[in-house]
Design a protein around this ligand. Structure first.
Ligand code: FAD
Length: 372
């Protein structure tokens, strides 16, 4: 029996398991190691935070998926990989051997550069920890509707902007708008600086209209329980500081012998195979494809699901692997928190409630393929 171990139940592995449930290889045992039983679908996360979707609607149930795919699921967190000995070590002390390994563990916001971030900031990932804190905040707001609340989101990329707008629309239904302050701090000279300027302009207007304070060209130096200090010398009051900064990889991976890029992401060929261990695959945020860089976005993790499944099967049956080329342009839709959305394609950005409903349809369609 050949042991294929999947680490992390991200978007790509969820698709691999769905495909495996339809077509399996005999003589292969799959084990999925995941630190959660339900994995969030990134496309629906901000709307879940806003209360538009339920937990079940916006999360993939890995327990049921594993059951249907007939694979072994271990709920644990991987903390080390010995790539030469082919052993994965978990937080619980469990050690699992593999013949072929695939990693789809996502990323988390970079916080090592900000003093006090570990103690006083709430990182958007791991998402379950963020959601736990968010539900406590919502309870507090419900119980104290006259309380003033100041939120700061650090990171003005697509995720940070979407989070700011959804938080705003959720909270103005609970506390009065005068009691709510939301700040958005971004190191770039315009928000969503990885996208076309038309997108930044549309979103800036929407943030302004919703009285969200934007701080551009600002880098956070430190965070404490009540305030944020910027390198420019400014201080910003903040009760709740959320980190949606640049994606980063876990330290244990950087310390392994698997080759990583300068930021610690696994360097893979466009077969999704590690450059120095052909029996190790990686996809989604944690992978950095040589010569074909792509954004750390769920859309790529989803698109890599099918080629990953094919290449794992081909590798296991000693067939030639297929090449995956990430799309250069992709449609990006940002919900603005009020059942409205901005879509961007190349240098065109359009805002309309119709786009929001269309995205809702696409997201539900995506989630329909998984068991609930
Ligand atoms: C607020 C916000 C909104 C976003 N909205 C969008 C959007 O609309 N569209 C889009 O394309 N992208 C969006 N993104 C980006 C998107 O979240 C990521 O790019 C995407 O989740 C990456 O998918 P993945 O499959 O690589 O990893 P993930 O979806 O992060 O899945 C990784 C899984 O592995 C598990 N895991 C992690 N470490 C371990 C470990 N050591 N051991 C075991 N299990 C582990 C995690 O719990 C998780 O279940 C958004 C991001 C944020 C922050």
């Amino acid at each position: 029996m050949v042991n294929l171990v999947l680490v992390g139940g991200g978007h790509s592995h969820s698709i691999v398991l769905k495909l495996w449930s339809k077509k399996r290889l005999s003589g292969v045992k799959i084990t999925l190691i995941s630190n959660v039983k339900n994995t969030p679908y990134s496309g629906m996360l901000p709307e879940y935070i806003n209360g538009f979707y339920s937990y079940e609607e916006s999360h993939i149930n890995l327990v049921k998926l594993a059951e249907i795919a007939g694979i072994n699921l271990i709920i644990d967190e991987v903390v080390n990989i010995d790539a030469d000995e082919k052993i994965v070590s978990c937080k619980s002390g469990l050690r699992i051997g593999f013949d072929v390994l695939s990693l789809n563990i996502g990323s988390s916001p970079e916080k090592s550069q900000i003093e006090g971030a570990n103690l006083y900031a709430i990182a958007i990932k791991p998402i379950p920890l963020f959601l736990k804190k968010w539900l406590q905040i919502i309870d507090l707001a419900h119980n104290n509707p006259d309380k003033k609340m100041i939120f700061t989101i650090i990171g003005g990329g697509a995720g940070g902007v979407e989070l700011a707008l959804n938080i705003h629309h959720k909270l103005i239904n609970i506390i009065s708008i005068e009691n709510l302050t939301i700040n958005l701090i971004h190191r770039g000279k315009r928000i969503t600086s990885n996208y076309d300027v038309s997108m930044s302009e549309k979103l800036t207007k929407i943030l302004d209209k919703n009285h969200i304070n934007i701080y551009l060209n600002e880098v956070v130096k430190s965070i404490d329980s009540q305030k944020i200090t910027l390198f420019s010398g400014k201080n910003i009051d903040s009760d709740y500081t959320f980190l949606v900064t640049q994606a980063s990889a876990p330290i244990w991976l950087k310390n392994s012998s698997i080759e990583t890029d300068t930021e610690g992401f696994i360097m893979v060929k466009n077969t999704l195979q590690s450059v120095n261990y052909p029996y190790i695959f990686a996809s989604g945020d944690i992978a950095s494809i040589i010569d074909y860089p792509c954004a750390k976005a769920g859309v790529f993790a989803v698109k890599q699901g099918m080629p990953l499944y094919q290449n794992l099967c081909n590798f296991l049956t000693e067939k030639p692997l297929k090449l995956y080329y990430p799309q250069k342009k992709y449609l990006n839709i940002i919900g603005t928190g009020n059942k409205n959305a901005v879509a961007n394609w190349g240098n065109i950005s359009v805002q309309s409630p119709l786009i929001w409903y269309w995205k809702k349809y696409l997201d539900h369609n995506f989630m329909k393929q998984f068991p609930h």
